[in-house]
Design a protein around this ligand. Structure first.
Ligand code: DGL
Length: 268
């Protein structure tokens, strides 16, 4: 019986898609979530800067909360920092890229697949590498979608402006006639209605959230790291930006578990 929380982080609201899946799958686990909204977006920053943010937040989650497992609930940070974090930290670290690719490869029929993500994620080549390792025979088209994250952070998930931007940015994956598209940024599921309309009904949209939650369950299952529900679990949400905004928009995006947000300040 391990009461220690699972620690997870993202640049902002995006990782809440993974938090939702985790709370649904493992409702008995305690959770501490850091949304680094004071420094978002990560996707346009150099990868070594994102690596240092990921390092800081993971250390904080371990030192201040004794997190038993860390979820890097951000594709950009997973692309930049997953391997070094797994090397350095003395507890399991789970990213979102491998779980997302596994789901994507399961659903494709034609072998024409797409991945969209931030400039940092797509430019890192992380998805291209993982797909090539598992299925070199598929045809992968990647597209960076700068601007999507900013719309989500402002709470604008269904405006005409998002639609216009989506039509322009998704053109390469539409033209490639993919049959399945991985939302390779944890913010993007909040735009899935618009993305789905632009891609067309036949294209399956895949998110890494559920598969990441399953990966966490596999790690905890049958070990003394799992928590058994003796008392209700706690879910804490911290933000390095505007805490009231995090509370308001976060509750709308995640649901009622986000009652309150707390301030978090990165080390200077
Ligand atoms: N949600 C993040 C990701 O999955 C980061 C987006 C950003 O801050 O640019 O890449």
């Amino acid at each position: 019986m391990d009461e220690r929380p699972i620690g997870m982080f993202d640049s902002g609201f995006g990782g809440l898609t993974v938090a939702r899946a985790l709370i649904d799958l493992l409702p008995e686990e305690n959770l501490v979530y850091v949304g680094d909204t004071g420094r978002y977006p990560y996707g346009s920053r150099p990868l070594d800067e994102v690596r240092s943010f990921a390092d800081e937040i993971s250390r904080y989650l371990i030192q201040a909360h004794d997190a038993k497992l860390i979820i890097v609930a951000c594709n950009t940070a997973s692309a930049a920092a997953l391997a070094p974090l797994q090397d350095r930290l003395d507890r399991p670290v789970v990213g979102v890229i491998d779980p997302g690719v596994q789901s994507l490869l399961t659903v494709t029929n034609t072998g024409r697949i797409g991945v969209i993500g931030t400039v940092g994620t797509i430019g890192s080549g992380a998805y291209q590498d993982v797909v090539a390792r598992h299925r070199p025979d598929v045809e992968l088209t990647c597209a960076a979608c700068p601007g999507f994250v900013e719309f989500v952070e402002r709470g604008e998930t269904r405006t005409d402006q998002v639609r216009v931007l989506a039509e322009r940015l998704l053109a390469p994956v539409v033209e490639a006639k993919v049959d399945s598209l991985l939302l390779g940024c944890t913010h993007y599921p909040f735009l899935s209605r618009t993305i789905g309309e632009v891609m067309g009904r036949d294209v399956v949209l895949v998110s890494s959230a559920d598969e990441t939650a399953f990966a966490v369950r596999r790690i905890l299952a049958g070990t003394d790291r799992a928590r058994r529900a003796s008392a209700p679990a706690y879910h804490r949400f911290l933000s390095s930006g505007d805490v009231r905004w995090f509370e308001r928009l976060g509750r709308r995006l995640l649901g009622p578990e986000l009652l309150r947000a707390e301030a978090w300040t990165w080390p200077s």
